[in-house]
Design a protein around this ligand. Sequence first.
Ligand SMILES: Cc1cc2nc3c(=O)[nH]c(=O)nc-3n(C[C@H](O)[C@H](O)[C@H](O)COP(=O)(O)OP(=O)(O)OC[C@H]3O[C@@H](n4cnc5c(N)ncnc54)[C@H](O)[C@@H]3O)c2cc1C
Length: 306
Amino acid sequence: MRSGNVNERSAVAADSDARELRASPVLFERARRKGSKCALHPKPPPTSSARYLTREGTLLAERTFSPEEQQIAVHRGELQNMLLDTVLERLGSDAVRTGQRVDGFELSDGVVNVTVTDRDSERAEKVTARVLLAAYGVHSSVRQQLHPDTSFHWEGTRMFRGAAVREPFLDGATMTLIYGEEGKRFLAYPISRDVENEGEELINWVVMVPEADSRTISVDDTKNEPTDPKDVAPTFRGWGFDWLDIEGLVAESTDVLRYPMTDREPLDSWGEGGVTFMGDAGHPMYPIGANGGSQAILDGQRSPST
Ligand SMILES: Cc1cc2nc3c(=O)[nH]c(=O)nc-3n(C[C@H](O)[C@H](O)[C@H](O)COP(=O)(O)OP(=O)(O)OC[C@H]3O[C@@H](n4cnc5c(N)ncnc54)[C@H](O)[C@@H]3O)c2cc1C
């Protein structure tokens, strides 16, 4: 593997752990200011405001975001394809290899020998690189090789996620967070206008339900599990407003996932020799508040190659 190669299972959304990602547009702007010709202009407008209320409809807070505070909510597939196009344009078509899995590495004489396995044939090969920058998420085998503890901290909240194409709510660019009884929360915001019917949007929703006391869980218990929207709907029966039909939004959603809200203890080192990691491999964060994606983008801007 030469420096600059990108090993990615796939460049489309179907492979993502999640469907959407929110991040600060300031980060994209910063990338452009650094001389980037990158066309990272996600299609939906940045989230212009946020509305926080109780499930009975009492307004708790409302904010209009300044340009520095706005968040971009983007379909992950769209973002990944934008990134892929930019990498191919800048580095050439041989810079990206898909369908490959990085299984581990050895350090020797100032280089890194990386084991890369084809996911279809399971044929493994060794490639030699000067630097291995492992940006492959929370289940990174490079992290595991350097830090074998695979446990996660679950703070006890179960999350559910889904999305459905619907008519926009409010101004079509507002994020709304609704607080209910027993710590239940419901979050919704638009992530794409690239949908079949003009005037509709793909609206993403997240449900958070306290389920257990905080505890340590194994990596196997952190996986996303497909869930029937019918199993989520009873949790929010009776929720909703004349401007937001929560039950309808959940019922019409496809690819609903459930998973625990987890993070990990900070690491005391982030690499060895020419090997380092970035993003979730180094510091998984709670998947809320646009933290993980924003931090991964910042890591990329500060990585050795930049
Ligand atoms: C359900 C959910 C919702 C989230 N929502 C938000 C949000 O709204 N805003 C936000 O900022 N953050 C959010 N996060 C967190 C955010 O997704 C991560 O922090 C961010 O994606 C981390 O980026 P990354 O590049 O480190 O890893 P990832 O985005 O996970 O990318 C890793 C890539 O590496 C590939 N890969 C995995 N193993 C290998 C291997 N062995 N070899 C080669 N490639 C491999 C994977 O297929 C994947 O494409 C969410 C997370 C989840 C799970």
